[in-house]
Design a protein around this ligand. Structure first.
Ligand code: N2P
Length: 365
């Protein structure tokens, strides 16, 4: 669970990195030669891979299949927010070969020179990707990252309990739904909903705009019953809450589970996230990391990921393997018209700590 402390640690660590005090990469246990670092030779790497990824995103069956095919032993650690991941990565405690940052964090990590360039000749399945999800502004030419899944943030309504029409973020946060709302436990997301309800672009997080958003969010957050970024579907499924703002893949699982759930793309517009795989500079097994990137881009494997976690799959060859029902799930695959109204997040530098402080203070009111 993200705390103020972890985000502040992440931001101060990034600030330090900006001052040229990046944590030194730890020497590799298995292949400690400088030569191996300069030119990753697959044969010199131990058959190991350490993945640090979002919870509920990479099915264990996919990881097992990779291990069976390659003989590479995989360890997995999960996080529930980009900020939690950054804090752990920058603290240098874990030694991760693959991380799974969202678009704005890929941009920040590239800027701070914390990612290792990837070798496209080792990832031929890059060709399967939808051109709309490659060469994006946060990583031109995909020099450092490979899209894993994309998705939108939207509203799920239990229509048996909430018969009123819900169209927007401000429709969700009404007094009559007090104690019946689940939202993502993510300060950047929450502030973006406030900004969008005021018609302000999600990346315009100036002090002035944050001051405008504060009164909006301070009315909203006391109505929230559950903050959950790992599995916000659970509170909706078990009836603890009747309405929520959740990741698209979570919404898609709810729509598949019960017809009483409805997915709504907020009228104000919403966040289109692009979660990618990237290799930290400190990775000990960059060759294995690239083999894993290529594996998840295989159409059959990517389709299996969609089956378990139905996000917006950016892999066209995998999409061709999905059923018409999967492709018709409104929470997985927004229409082109809906997509056109969505915004991706950009790195907002030091303003991120103000966003986090604001939401943290309003949550504990
Ligand atoms: C997967 C979480 C999706 C991450 N459980 C949204 N950026």
């Amino acid at each position: 669970m993200k705390t103020k402390h972890t985000l502040m640690a992440a931001l101060s660590a990034l600030a330090l990195v900006g001052c040229g005090k990046a944590p030194e990469p730890k020497a590799a246990e298995e292949t400690p030669t400088k030569q191996a670092e300069a030119t990753p030779a697959l044969s010199m790497e131990a058959p190991k891979l350490s993945i640090f990824c979002w919870s509920e995103y990479i099915p264990q069956s996919v990881i097992d299949e990779f291990s069976q095919e390659t003989g590479i032993a995989v360890s997995v650690e999960n996080y529930a927010s980009n900020e939690e991941m950054l804090a752990k990565l920058l603290a240098g405690g874990g030694s991760y070969d693959i991380i799974q940052p969202s678009e704005y964090v890929v941009g920040a990590l590239i800027k701070e020179d914390l990612l290792r360039p990837i070798d496209h000749s080792k990832i031929p399945n890059l060709k399967n990707l939808d051109p709309r999800f490659v060469n994006m502004s946060f990583d031109p030419g995909n020099k450092f990252s490979v899209p894993f899944m994309a998705g939108s943030v939207g509203i799920v309504v239990n229509t048996e309990m909430v018969p009123e029409e819900i169209k927007s973020f401000s429709d969700v946060f009404q007094d009559k739904y007090a104690g019946k709302i689940v939202v993502l436990d993510d300060a950047r997301e929450i502030v973006s909903w406030g900004l969008q309800s005021l018609g302000i672009p999600v990346n315009d997080v100036s002090d002035e705009n944050l001051a405008k958003v504060k009164p909006v969010i301070s009315k909203w957050l006391p109505l929230v019953k559950v903050y959950d970024s790992d599995s916000p579907k659970t509170a909706l499924l078990n009836g603890d809450v009747t309405i929520g703002v959740v990741w698209g893949g979570e919404g898609a699982i709810l729509l598949n589970a019960d017809k009483k759930f409805k997915w709504v793309i907020p009228a104000e517009g919403t966040h289109l996230f692009v979660d990618s795989l990237a290799v930290p500079k400190t990775a000990k097994h960059p060759g294995n990391a690239q083999a894993f990137m290529d594996f998840i881009l295989r159409p059959d494997i990517s389709a299996k990921i969609s089956e378990a976690f139905p996000y917006l799959n950016p892999n066209l060859a995998a999409r061709a393997l999905l059923t018409p029902e999967q492709l018709a799930n409104a929470a997985s695959f927004p229409t082109d018209e809906e997509l056109a109204k969505m915004q991706t997040f950009e790195d907002i530098g030091q303003q991120a700590s103000k966003v986090d402080e604001m939401v943290t203070s309003l949550k504990v009111q």
